[in-house]
Structure formats: C-alpha cells, structure tokens
Design a protein around this ligand. Structure first.
Ligand SMILES: Nc1ncnc2c1ncn2[C@@H]1O[C@H](COP(=O)(O)OP(=O)(O)OP(=O)(O)O)[C@@H](O)[C@H]1O
Ligand SMILES: [Mg+2]
Length: 292
C-alpha cells in the first residue's frame, strides 16, 4: 500500500482545484440570497426550530421568499414542522440538489431528506472509537455540502435552524461570512439564561453580530380564553439583554399550538396572526428585520 511519502504532489487528486471549485459554487449560490440569519441558543429545547418555522411563515406572509437550512444534523426537525417527508425523493439536476418545498412554499434542506426512513439516525461512522475531532470534521463537511450543493435559487431570506450549543456557529460563519447575524433564544428559567449568557459572550468575543435576544415560553397564554400567567421563575430576560448590550426582541408566550400544524396544515402563525402569540411573533419578526 502507498503512503503519503510515496505520493508525488497531490497524488493526482487535484485537491486545490476541487476546493476552489467548491468555493466558487458556494459563492454563486449565496450571492442569490439577500439575507442570511441564524436562530440559535446555547440551550437545547428552547424553541429554536418552532420559532424558525413560524418566523419563516411570517416572512412569507409579508411577501418574502424564504428558505430554511436545518443545520441540526443530528436532531433535524424542520422537515417534520414543514410537512416534508424524507420519502420525497431528492431531485438532482444540472444546477445541483433541489431543496424540498414545505408548506407556504418555504424551501428547505435538511439531513432528514437524505435519510432512508423517518426513524433512521445519522451515523457518521460505525467505529465505536472514532474521535470527536473526526466526527466533528465529518459534520462540518456535511454542513458545507448541504449549503454548497443546494440550488436555493433567488431568496430574500435564508433562516438557519442551529443545533443546541454555541460552537456550530463558527462553521456557519466560515461558510457564510456575510451572515446578517444571529437571533439568540432563551426561556426565562435561570438555567437557560445562564447558558445563553455564555453563548452571547462567546458570540460577542468572536464578533458574530447578534440581532437580538428572544424570550420564548415567557408566560402562559390559555388557547381558550387567551389569559396570561407566569410559567418559569427567573431573572428578567430584558435585563440580560441590557447587561450584554444587545437588543431585546421580546416575549413569545407559552402556547401549545406553536409547534403544531393547524387542522388545515398551516404553520401556527399563518392562521393565528391576531392571537396574542401570533402578534408576539409578528412583532419579534419586525424587530429582527429592523436589526438587519
Ligand atoms: N412558545 C412555545 N410554547 C409552547 N411550546 C413551545 C414553544 N416553543 C417551543 N415549544 C415546544 O417546545 C418543544 C421544543 O421546541 P423546539 O424543538 O422548537 O426547540 P429547539 O430549541 O429547536 O430544540 P433542540 O435544541 O432539540 O433543537 C417542542 O415540543 C415545541 O413544540
Ligand atoms: Mg431544534
């Protein structure tokens, strides 16, 4: 078997040209998308994906063309929220991989669309002793290909639904240096705010622009009578935004309808714009657009 020492030059792989070609392809796709925004949180389960889907619905309602990149490779959920089944065959044509089209015409690309069945897990390697560095390298490569190979076409907004944690944003910024910024999401609990505060500090240090902080599950709105009440004990989230010197985008109430499609198959926002929660989402989107 040959080793690296036996290879002359790049061993015929033409690696430099390949990397350059991928860079050109990525740039030509990104240039057709006006604004790229990532929704993130240091904390898991705070509503990143549900809000990404409903923010997308609100942007569509305003007349914008929208795509969502599901950057949560290990726990993808956007397909489910937008009603795209992984059995929908991926179409690859001369322009690249065609994104899925979810409800309200929202385009999407997700690891879920590449898996053979709804309950297939993403397995980067079957080697039990694969190092974290190797797995992380494979994840970064997969993310790059999801962005570079997808023929998004012309879009006003590309929303990026981030996995929990604050490290993946470095990859996204590497791929999309012109990222308009990130929307940080927390719930009012002390634990969530503690973790999200770290994520904000890291983004500030790394000069990742922060469009603002959303307080999700802030109080409970009864879906029947629309009365509000508190849900979590915690320090004022607006105060956290002030301390970190970032815009406070506002409160989204706890509302069990938010993560479900309506009976007619729409996203919550589309049919409930005038509810307390719908108005809160609308106002959050207006502030995000102002920040951009
Ligand atoms: N404002 C809300 N009111 C009620 N339930 C909500 C609200 N926001 C999100 N949820 C629910 O909370 C759960 C977690 O939401 P979601 O999956 O969007 O969070 P996430 O931050 O994307 O999670 P992960 O970190 O696993 O990606 C879901 O069941 C969702 O329906
Ligand atoms: Mg999620």
């Amino acid at each position: 078997m040959k080793t690296y020492d036996d290879l002359a030059g790049d061993g015929g792989s033409n690696i430099v040209d390949q990397v350059q070609a991928l860079g050109v392809k990525l740039r030509s796709r990104l240039d057709r998308i006006k604004h790229k925004v990532a929704l993130m949180s240091g904390k898991g389960g705070v509503g990143k994906s549900s809000l990404t889907a409903n923010v997308a619905a609100c942007l569509v309602d305003k007349g914008y063309s929208v795509g969502i990149l599901d950057a949560d490779l290990n726990g993808p959920s956007i397909c489910h929220l937008l009603g795209v089944r992984n059995s929908q065959k991926l179409v690859v044509d001369e322009n690249g991989v065609q994104p899925g089209t979810g409800i309200h015409g929202i385009k999407l690309m997700s690891m879920d669309m590449l898996l053979s069945s709804p309950d297939s897990p993403v397995m980067w390697t079957e080697e039990a002793d694969a190092t974290a560095v190797w797995v992380s390298t494979m994840e970064s490569t997969a993310l790059r290909e999801l962005v570079a190979d997808t023929d998004w076409g012309d879009l006003d907004y590309l929303l990026i639904d981030m996995p929990p944690g604050s490290d993946r944003i470095d990859n996204i910024r590497g791929l999309i240096p012109e990222l308009a910024g990130v929307v940080e999401i927390t719930i009012p609990s002390m634990l969530s705010q503690h973790i999200v505060a770290k994520s904000i500090t890291k983004n500030n240090k790394m000069k990742v622009p922060i469009l603002g902080l959303v307080e999700n599950m802030a109080g409970y709105t009864c879906p029947h009578c629309e009365k509000e009440g508190p849900l979590f004990e915690g320090q004022d989230v607006e105060e956290l935004a002030k301390q970190k010197n970032i815009p406070y985008i506002g409160k989204i109430p706890f509302d069990t309808r938010i993560g479900r499609k309506t009976d007619s198959g729409s996203l919550f926002y589309m049919e409930n714009k005038d509810s307390v929660t719908g108005k809160a989402i609308g106002s959050a989107v207006d502030k995000i657009l102002d920040s951009i």
